[in-house]
Structure formats: C-alpha cells, structure tokens
Design a protein around this ligand. Structure first.
Ligand SMILES: [Zn+2]
Ligand SMILES: [Zn+2]
Length: 136
C-alpha cells in the first residue's frame, strides 16, 4: 500500500513533464536538441534536468510520437515520424523538413535493380544557406 502511495506522485510528475516536453516539441519547428528542449521547458518546470529530458524524448520516440535524427552536431527531435529529409542552414543552424520527391523513389528503385540490395531508409543531410540568411 505504501509503495503505491509513494509511486503515484512521481508518476504524475513524470507524465506532467512528458506532456510539457511533447507540447513544446509540437510547437518547435526547428528540430530542437535535448538542450534546447531543456532550456524552453525549464521556464514551466524549473526542477527539470537534462537526463529527464533525454529519457522523455526517447520515450516519445519509442512510442512513435516523435522521431530522432542524428546530425553532426548531435541528436535532434521532431514530431514528424514519416520519412523525410533535413536541410540545415550553415549560417543560423535552422533545420527545415524536405519532403522526398518521386525522383527519389526512381533512383532508389534503379539502385535496387542494379545491385540487388534492399533499401530500408534514405536520409539526406542537405546543407546550405536559408532564405533569411541569404537576404541578410
Ligand atoms: Zn539561416
Ligand atoms: Zn524533420
């Protein structure tokens, strides 16, 4: 009985943290890192730590509510879970989604035909200068 009594508040606290992290991720279009999520969500939950943020982000990924992409700068999180690519601005670091086009399917099929390989995923790390930075 005592175990359930002490477990309940911590479960409530962790689901509140997960909700706050998921809510922030939903509004953040820039594919934040765990550190950026921590900085933003700490405004609402000051006691939040980086380990908790990582744990909750990974749980969201595991449950299919978010995706993680590895960038040379580290892991970034996204609420989009369908296959897509990322464009990173080398000036301001903003990350934008790039949808796979029909041309992509064509060359992957050609590659599979010529090599006999089975492609499971395609990730393009597209680099350049974003429209805002080009205007500056
Ligand atoms: Zn930029
Ligand atoms: Zn994305």
């Amino acid at each position: 009985v005592r175990a359930t009594k002490t477990a309940a508040p911590s479960t409530r606290r962790s689901s509140k943290q997960r909700e706050a992290i998921a809510a922030y991720l939903e509004t953040a279009a820039h594919h934040p890192t765990a550190e950026q999520v921590l900085r933003a969500v700490r405004k609402r939950i000051p006691a939040l730590g980086l380990a908790t943020v990582y744990r909750n982000l990974e749980a969201l990924v595991r449950d299919g509510h978010a995706s993680r992409t590895m960038h040379p700068e580290g892991a970034r999180y996204d609420t989009r879970v369908d296959p897509h690519h990322h464009f990173t601005c080398s000036v301001c670091g903003i990350v934008e989604n790039v949808d796979p086009g029909p041309q992509e399917t064509k060359w992957i099929q050609a590659f599979q035909r010529s090599t006999g390989a089975a492609v499971h995923r395609v990730v393009a790390d597209i680099r350049g200068v974003c429209a805002d930075c080009r205007r500056r």
